[in-house]
Write a protein that binds this ligand. Structure first.
Ligand SMILES: [Zn+2]
Ligand SMILES: [Zn+2]
Length: 141
């Protein structure tokens, strides 16, 4: 992993144990957890950290672009430690969110430009389907 102190210094962020814990956790997972999931996962190691603190740490990390907030259309946000632009797919059955690796839609902004007077700045692409373990009836929960 990159030097955490260096990354935070570059973003002018104070290294607090809470921010470090949340950031490290998101770097360690590809599961796009919600704040509640992060909170629960960190409980054993950080029993005094509240859900509000997790939210605050996430907000700060999102503001400086160390973490990405994604909204697949549920009531709450999910968080991604991978801040490079990449498409997501969500299972309509178990609600897991995965990255779609190896495909880029970066040329889509240019394509859409032909159909509108807008200057395209950004796009967010989500796909929905049924994941492999749901298809195989092998999901954990
Ligand atoms: Zn599923
Ligand atoms: Zn992702």
């Amino acid at each position: 992993m990159n030097n955490l102190a260096g990354i935070f210094r570059e973003k002018k962020l104070k290294l607090t144990p809470q921010r470090i814990a949340v950031y490290k956790f998101l770097q360690s997972t590809k599961e796009h957890p919600s704040a509640e999931t992060i909170y629960k996962a960190l409980q054993p190691e950080y029993p005094t950290m509240s859900l509000a603190t997790v939210y605050k740490a996430l907000k700060t990390l999102v503001e400086v672009d160390l973490v990405k907030e994604i909204n697949v259309g549920e009531g709450n946000f999910r968080y991604d430690g991978n801040v490079t632009s990449h498409p997501h797919i969500q299972c309509l059955n178990c609600a897991r969110v995965d990255d779609i690796d190896g495909i880029s839609f970066s040329d889509l902004n240019d394509k859409v430009k032909d159909y509108t007077d807008y200057d395209i700045i950004n796009n967010k692409i989500y796909f929905y389907g049924i994941c492999k373990c749901c298809k195989d009836n092998a999901c954990e929960q």
